[in-house]
Structures are given as structure tokens and as C-alpha cells.
Design a protein around this ligand. Structure first.
Ligand code: NAD
Length: 377
């Protein structure tokens, strides 16, 4: 059986769904691998490296004979119409708000798995693409902030006197936020952080940052069974805004990462809060693709208002593409292993497996995922 790794067609996507390490593993699982020419270039993997790992270098047309297609983003309609009926497609398919595309994947007869839906259970940690990519985004957000910041991050004691450390405030202390805290600390910043989930408090403290939050009854109940945040009430949001307004005015760098699954990102930083920061301050909005946490943030742009720069880069994991691809590829190989029968070395999907139930969107011509099956008819 054959795995095909296409070059991503979205021009803003530098990542690739395989590495030389995972190509070797695929061979061990019994697959032969074809990588589209140039697929790894923007992730710094030359074709020769894939070849040395045992892959054949092919062209986009090779997709039509593949049994498994591994991608970063959802392929376009034109692309996946060329896939073999019954082929397995594994990618970040971004199904929310794209129900029509999900139906098309079904009519193309594909077994399409979406990696973002991987359950956050111990067994699936190695396949957790949201974590592998958010972790890098959190790191990169601090690097981007430091690059835009015209001052030094650490306290510096020099012959010419002392320079104070930058004050960094991280809003949303999930996977990305915790890595942002750790990275800012490594650069010597004084770090505070907030979240609406009580579990975050201890994690923030363990990284040496101070936790700031409205800790009322609603806060104590804000974590869902899946470990995610709930959308907070208007009252809570108002209390939170009052608390952070004073705090933000004293910060040099604010990094926002707050998301709520399947909902627009919560608005946490107002125009007035941005205006209260001193010139030269930086705000990085990692949620800009999902509606933004920061008023005035613009997708794909760095905007300056009143001397404060608001950074709204898109596809932040793609800004550290070589590492992001390496980890994403490992997430994929771990998942594919669960879809493969070790004895016969062939694909064998166990439809009772909770990982399959959670991630399989379409199969055998139908939309099978419970979230989308209802809206599909
Ligand atoms: P996410 O990307 O959905 O959200 C980022 C953070 O924003 C979250 O911490 C969330 O609580 C926070 N947030 C939401 N609304 C907010 C608001 N109004 N104000 C401030 N903060 C707000 O979350 P994530 O990073 O994917 O992590 C979600 C949870 O899953 C965390 O508890 C994480 O530790 C857990 N997790 C578990 C595993 C595992 O066990 N396998 C793996 C990864 C993550």
C-alpha cells in the first residue's frame, strides 16, 4: 500500500506532513511512500533527504493511486477529487464552519480523518497536533514580540547602569500560553498570566509566573470535562476586564492565546487597554485567526497604534516550519500506526476505537462524525 505526501497547495503553508524520520517508519509499517517534488522545501527538507529515507519523489498526479494521503491542510476540491475512492486522508481538515467541504469529502468516497479532533487522553498525547503546534506557536509569539520590541527583555546590569526586565502578561494559559510563559521567563522577563480555568493557576505558578484572575464561583466551574474553557458570562467578562485593565497599563508585552472550541475567540483586550500601554509596547494576538482576543488586531499584519504594535501573524506554527513539520509528522505516524494491522502490514480501521470515532469525519460515501452527520442532511 502507498502513502502519498503532497506539497501543500496553500501558498501560506510552509509545513509538510512527513519527515525523513517518519518516511522510514512508514516503511516499517509496510507502506511505500511517494513524496511530491519540493514538498519539504519550505520546511528545510530537500527531496534528496526524503529519497535517502526510502521515499520516491513524484508529482501531484501520484495522489490518484495512493491508499493514504497525509496533508497539513484540507486539500481543495479539485485536489481531492483526484484521490482514489476509498483512500484514507489524514490532515487538519478544519471542519467547523466548512460543512460543505465535509460533505464533498464524503461524496468523493474518502475516509477522512481530522487530526484536531484527537481526544486529549493519555494514549493519544503523541498524536495531539493541537498541542504540538500550539506549543510552538506559544514559543514563536514571544520570539516575534522580542523582535518587535525596541527594548531588552532581561534585566541588564551594566557599567552604564541597570536596565529593568520587560513585564510580560500572558492571557490564556493553555498549551500555547504555558510555553509563552516559559519562553518569556527564559529571556528574563517578569511574567504574569491569566486564565478562566482553575487548573491553570498551579501550572502558571510552577513556571515561575504570577497568576491573576477573577476567582469567583463561575471560575471554579469553568473547565469542561474535556479540559477546555467554557464561554464566560457577560458579568464575568466585565469583572475580568476591570481586573486586567489596570494590569495591562503597566505591561510591556501582552500575549493572548485564549480560545473556546467551536466558538469565536473571546475579546479580552479593548482599544482603551491598548491605548493605556506606553509607546514601544507590544501586543501579540495568537487568536487572530479565530476572531481575535485583541481589538484592532489585523490578520496577517503588524499594526501600530499610539506607539503600540499589535502583532497578528497568521499560521504562527508555520513561522517555525521546520520544527512544526517534524512534530506534526510524528503525530501523524503515531496515528497511522493505530490504523495499521501489524501482522498483515495493511490498513485496518477499527471503527470501535475511540480515536477513530473522534476523528473520522467521512467514510464510505457518508458523513459519519456525529457533530456533522446531523447538519449534513
Ligand atoms: P485552547 O487552545 O482551547 O485555549 C487556550 C487557553 O485559553 C485555555 O487555557 C483556555 O482556558 C483559555 N481561555 C479561554 N477563554 C478565556 C478567557 N475568557 N480568559 C482567559 N483565558 C481563556 O486550550 P488548549 O491549550 O488546547 O488546552 C486546553 C486544555 O487541555 C488545557 O487544560 C490543557 O492542559 C489540556 N490538555 C490536555 C492534554 C492531555 O492530557 N493529553 C493535552 C493538551 C492539552
Amino acid at each position: 500500500q502507498t502513502i502519498f505526501i503532497p506539497k501543500e497547495t496553500d501558498s501560506t503553508e510552509p509545513r509538510v506532513a512527513a519527515s525523513s524520520e517518519t518516511v522510514k517508519k512508514f516503511a516499517g509499517l509496510g507502506f511505500s511512500v511517494v513524496v511530491e517534488k519540493g514538498a519539504g522545501t519550505l520546511s528545510r527538507i530537500p527531496d534528496s533527504e526524503f529519497e535517502a529515507a526510502g521515499a520516491k519523489i513524484g508529482s501531484a498526479g501520484d495522489a490518484k493511486s495512493a491508499d493514504v494521503i497525509l496533508k497539513v491542510r484540507r486539500p481543495s476540491l479539485a485536489e481531492f477529487k483526484g484521490y482514489k475512492k476509498g483512500a484514507v486522508l489524514i490532515a487538519m481538515l478544519d471542519p467547523y464552519g466548512n460543512e460543505a467541504a465535509v460533505r464533498e469529502l464524503a461524496s468523493a468516497g474518502l475516509s477522512a480523518f481530522t487530526m484536531e479532533f484527537m481526544p486529549r487522553i493519555t494514549r493519544a498525547q503523541v498524536m495531539d497536533v493541537l498541542s504540538s503546534q500550539a506549543n510552538l506557536a506559544g514559543y514563536q509569539a514571544v520570539i516575534d514580540a522580542a523582535a518587535e520590541y525596541d527594548r531588552a527583555m532581561p534585566m541588564m546590569m551594566t557599567a552604564a547602569g541597570t536596565v529593568p526586565a520587560a513585564k510580560v502578561f500572558v492571557m490564556g494559559a493553555g498549551v500555547a500560553g504555558l510555553q509563552a510563559i516559559a519562553t518569556a521567563r527564559r529571556l528574563g522577563a517578569v511574567v504574569t498570566a491569566t486564565d478562566v480555568r482553575p487548573a491553570a493557576k498551579e501550572q502558571v505558578a510552577s513556571l515561575g509566573a504570577k497568576f491573576i484572575a477573577v476567582e469567583d464561583e463561575e471560575f471554579k466551574a469553568a473547565e469542561t470535562a474535556g479540559g477546555y474553557a467554557k464561554e464566560m458570562s457577560k458579568e464575568y467578562q466585565a469583572k475580568q476586564a476591570a481586573l486586567v485593565a489596570d494590569h495591562i497599563a503597566k505591561q510591556d508585552i501582552v500575549i493572548t492565546t485564549a480560545l473556546i472550541p467551536g466558538r469565536p475567540a473571546p475579546r479580552l483586550v479593548s482599544k482603551e487597554m491598548v491605548a493605556s500601554m506606553r509607546p514601544g509596547s507590544i501586543v501579540v494576538d495568537l487568536a487572530v485567526e479565530r476572531g481575535g482576543n485583541v481589538e484592532g488586531a489585523q490578520p496577517g499584519k503588524v499594526v501600530e497604534t499610539g506607539g503600540v504594535k499589535i502583532v497578528g501573524h497568521l499560521n504562527v506554527p508555520g513561522r517555525i516550519a521546520a520544527t512544526a513539520s517534524q512534530l506534526y509528522a510524528r503525530n501523524l505516524v503515531a496515528f497511522l500506526e493505530t490504523l495499521t494491522d501489524k501482522e498483515s502490514k495493511t490498513l485496518k480501521i477499527n471503527f470501535d476505537d475511540e480515536l477513530v470515532k473522534a476523528t473520522l469525519l467521512t467514510h464510505d460515501g457518508a458523513v459519519v462524525h456525529p457533530t456533522f452527520a446531523e447538519t449534513a442532511t
